[in-house]
Design a protein around this ligand. Structure first.
Ligand code: XIL
Length: 370
C-alpha cells in the first residue's frame, strides 16, 4: 500500500473520531428510551453509499428498508422471488447489530397488479388471494425469522376520509385478510413484533377508525403488537399536540407505538395538511421549491424546534414508544425530493447533503438529556 493511501486512511479515521467525539451518538443518547432508526435505500444496503452507511452505523440502532422488501421488489412476478438486496439488507443489520425492520406485507401501493388477478386479468377469489398472501408471508417472514425483529404487516388500510380504504386487499379479502396476515406472520416468526402502520392517524377522524380497527383486529384474534405512526410531517402540520394525544390513545389499547417513517418537509405545497399518499403527484412550480441554494437560518431553526418537539413527546411516552425511525439518512435521499412534486430540493432529514449532522441532531440529543 502506498504511503499516501495510508495517510488518507489515517486522515479519514481522524475525521471519523472527531465526529464521534463531538458528542454522543443519537442511539446512545436514547439507549434508555427507545431505538432510533433510519430507512436505507439500495445504495446504502449494497455499500455504494459508504458515507451514509458510516452515519447509520455511528448514530442509529435500527434500520428499515425504504423500498427493497416491498412486494414489487421482492416478488415481482408469480413465478419467483428476488431476495438479493433483501438478503444484503438483513445481513447489514446482523453485521452491525441493528434492530432490523421489515416493510411491508400488505399494502395497496408498490404491489404488482398480478397479485389480485388471474391469468386473464380478472379479479381472483377471496380464497385465491388468501392463499397467495399466505404463501408470500411464510416465504418472506420465514426466510428472515429471528433476524427481522418487526414487520409492518398491514400498511395504510384506513383512508383519508376516515373509513376503511377500498384497496384490492380489502375489497377482495375484507378485514379477515388482515387478521389472517397477522396470524400467518406470527406463525412464521412467533417472536417478531407485528405492526399496523399508517399516516395521518394523528388526525382525529382517521384516528377514530384506526383505534376502532385495532380493537376489532384484536377481538378477531390478530396478534398485533404495535401501531406505527408514519410521522410524515410538515413544518406547520399537524399540530404535535395531536401526536401526544394519539400515542396516549393507542397505549390504552395495550399496543406499543413506533414512529416509523419520521421526516419533516420544510417546503411549501399546494393544498393544506400533511399527507403521505404515495399516489399524489402535483405540478412543479418554482414557488414550491424555494431553497434550491440552501436552507435559510430561520427555516433551519424552525425545523430544529419541530424535530426536538417530536422527540420530546415521544420521550414523554417512552414506556409505550419503542422506536423512532427517520425515513432516510441524508437530505440527498429524502423521498420529498421527488414527492409530491418532482425535482425539488428538500431538507426533511437529520443529516445534510454533505453528510453532516444538522442542528436538529444536537437538539434531539439535548431532549434526551433533560
Ligand atoms: C416511499 C419511498 O420513500 C419512495 O422511495 C417510493 O417511491 C414510494 O414509497 N408510506 C410508506 C412508505 O409506507 O413505504 C413510502 O415510501 C412513503 C409513505
Amino acid at each position: 500500500m502506498k504511503f499516501t493511501t495510508i495517510l488518507a486512511g489515517a486522515v479519514a479515521l481522524a475525521a471519523m473520531t472527531a465526529a464521534v467525539s463531538a458528542g454522543p451518538a443519537l442511539k446512545d443518547a436514547y439507549k434508555n428510551a427507545f431505538v432510533i432508526g433510519a430507512a436505507l435505500n439500495a445504495g446504502q444496503i449494497t455499500g455504494q453509499d459508504a458515507k451514509s452507511d458510516e452515519i447509520v452505523v455511528r448514530e442509529f440502532s435500527a434500520i428499515s428498508p425504504e423500498n427493497d422488501l416491498k412486494w414489487e421488489r421482492i416478488h415481482p412476478a408469480p413465478d419467483g422471488y428476488h431476495f438479493d438486496i433483501a438478503d444484503q439488507y438483513v445481513a447489514f443489520g446482523q453485521a452491525h447489530n441493528l434492530y432490523t425492520v421489515g416493510h411491508v406485507l400488505v399494502w395497496h401501493a408498490q404491489t404488482p397488479r398480478w397479485v389480485f388477478q388471474d391469468a386473464q386479468g380478472k379479479p381472483i377469489s377471496k380464497d385465491a388471494l388468501l392463499e397467495r398472501l399466505r404463501s408470500h408471508i411464510f416465504t418472506v417472514v420465514g426466510r428472515y425469522k429471528g433476524k427481522i425483529k418487526a414487520w409492518d404487516v398491514i400498511n395504510e388500510v384506513v383512508g383519508d376520509d376516515g373509513k376503511m380504504r377500498q384497496s384490492p386487499w380489502y375489497q377482495i379479502g375484507g378485514e379477515e385478510l388482515f387478521v389472517k396476515a397477522f396470524q400467518w406472520a406470527h406463525q412464521a416468526d412467533p417472536k417478531a413484533e407485528l405492526t399496523y402502520n399508517d399516516y395521518n392517524i394523528e388526525n382525529p377522524d382517521k384516528r377514530a377508525e384506526a383505534l376502532a380497527l385495532v380493537k376489532r383486529l384484536k377481538a378477531a384474534g390478530a396478534p398485533i403488537t404495535t401501531v406505527g405512526i408514519q410521522a410524515h410531517y410538515m413544518l406547520g402540520e399537524p399540530d404535535l399536540k395531536l401526536l401526544d394525544e394519539t400515542i396516549g390513545e393507542f397505549a390504552k389499547l395495550g399496543v406499543k407505538v413506533a414512529l416509523t417513517e419520521l421526516d419533516i418537509d420544510v417546503l411549501p405545497r399546494p393544498g393544506n395538511g400533511a399527507t403521505a399518499d404515495v399516489a399524489l403527484s402535483l405540478a412543479a412550480d418554482p414557488k414550491y421549491n424555494p431553497y434550491v441554494n440552501g436552507l435559510p437560518a430561520d427555516v433551519q431553526q424552525k425545523l430544529t424546534e419541530r424535530y426536538a418537539q417530536v422527540f420530546a413527546f415521544a420521550l414523554k411516552h417512552k414506556d409505550v414508544v419503542n422506536r423512532i425511525t427517520t425515513w432516510g439518512v441524508t437530505d440527498n435521499d429524502t423521498w420529498h425530493n421527488g414527492w409530491p412534486i418532482r425535482g425539488r430540493t428538500a431538507y426533511s432529514l437529520l443529516f445534510d447533503r454533505a453528510y453532516q449532522a444538522k442542528p436538529s441532531v444536537a437538539a434531539i440529543i439535548s431532549e434526551a438529556q433533560k
